[in-house]
Design a binder for this molecule. Structure first.
Ligand code: XBP
Ligand code: MG
Length: 257
C-alpha cells in the first residue's frame, strides 16, 4: 500500500474564499476600466463559476449571457488584455490583505510541514494570483511553503480536466496513490479523480455547497481550528473537531488499501 507523501491543495475556494469578494470584484474593476457595462453580480458570478479560468469564463459570459455584445475582430487579444487588467486588480486586492486563509488552512499546512509531508498547489488561477494571495495571507514568502505551484495556463486544459494535477505530480515524481487532494468544487473533484488521485477532501463554500462531490472521502464545511469545530457533511471525522494530518492519513489508508 502506498504511503501518503504529499498534500495537493486547490486555491480558490479551498485555501481562501477568493471568488465573491476577490476575483469577481477584480473582473468588474477591469470591465469598468475598459468602459464596458459588464457587471458580474454575485448571483451571475455563481453561474459563471461553472467555467474555470478567467479568460475562458469571459468567453463563456459572452456566448451565454451577452451574445449581443459586438465582439472585436481579435477577441482573443481583447479577452487577454481584459484578463491582464483583472489580474492587476486582483493582486492589488490581495495586497490590501482583504481575504484571509480559510479556517484551519494555516494550521493544517504547518502541521503537514512539521510532519514531513510535501505540499503542492494545483489551481486554475493565474500563478501571480497564487503568490499574491499566499504572500499576503500566509507569510511574506508564503509561496515557498509549496514545492510545486501548478497554476493556470501551464497546462492546455483547465479543470475539470486532470491536467493540472497530473502536471503537479509529474513535477514531484509522485504517483496518485501517494497523494491526497483538497478541493472545493465539482470541477475540482472531477480533475482530482480523473488524475487518478483517490484520497480527496472537500471543503464546501458559499458558491459550491450543493455541487456533486461524488468520490470525495470527506466533505466538511471547513477544516476546523481550536475553538472552531468543523462539521462533516459526508464521511467520518472519527470524533475529531478539526481535519488534522492523522485524519488525512486514516482517510488515505482507507482509500488506497
Ligand atoms: C478557480 C478558478 C480561477 C479563478 C479566477 O481556480 O477557476 O479561474 O476563478 O482566476 P481554482 P483567473 O479553484 O482551481 O483555484 O482569472 O486567474 O483564472
Ligand atoms: Mg477551487
Amino acid at each position: 500500500m502506498a504511503q501518503l507523501e504529499a498534500l495537493i491543495f486547490d486555491v480558490d475556494g479551498t485555501l481562501a474564499d477568493t471568488e465573491r469578494e476577490g476575483h469577481r470584484v477584480a473582473f468588474n474593476a477591469a470591465f469598468a476600466d475598459a468602459g464596458l457595462d459588464w457587471d458580474w453580480g454575485e448571483e451571475l458570478y455563481g453561474q459563471l463559476l461553472a467555467v474555470t479560468g478567467g479568460k475562458e469564463r469571459m468567453r463563456y459570459y459572452l456566448d451565454r449571457f451577452n451574445p449581443e455584445f459586438e465582439q472585436p475582430g481579435d477577441l482573443d487579444g481583447f479577452i487577454a488584455a481584459l484578463h491582464a487588467a483583472k489580474t492587476q486588480h486582483y493582486k492589488a486586492l490581495m495586497a490590501e490583505g482583504r481575504i484571509p486563509l480559510r479556517t484551519g488552512v494555516r494550521r493544517l499546512l504547518q502541521e503537514a510541514r512539521d510532519q514531513g509531508l510535501r505540499l503542492a498547489i494545483a489551481t486554475t488561477t493565474t500563478p501571480d494570483n497564487v503568490t499574491s494571495l499566499l504572500n499576503n495571507s500566509l507569510e511574506a514568502n508564503g509561496g515557498d511553503w509549496f514545492e510545486v505551484i501548478a497554476a493556470g495556463d501551464v497546462v492546455p486544459a483547465k479543470k475539470p480536466a486532470p491536467d493540472i494535477f497530473l502536471w503537479a505530480m509529474q513535477q514531484m515524481d509522485l504517483e496518485p496513490d501517494q497523494c491526497l487532494a483538497l478541493e472545493d468544487s465539482h470541477n475540482g473533484v472531477r480533475s482530482v479523480l480523473d488524475a487518478g488521485i483517490r484520497s480527496l477532501v472537500v471543503t464546501v463554500n458559499g458558491y459550491t455547497r450543493g455541487e456533486d462531490f461524488s468520490g470525495a472521502g470527506l466533505i466538511v464545511d471547513h477544516l476546523g481550528d481550536p475553538g472552531e469545530p468543523c462539521q462533516a457533511l459526508q464521511g467520518d471525522l472519527g470524533g475529531r473537531q478539526m481535519v488534522d494530518v492523522a485524519l488525512l492519513r486514516e482517510l488515505h489508508e482507507q482509500t488506497v488499501s
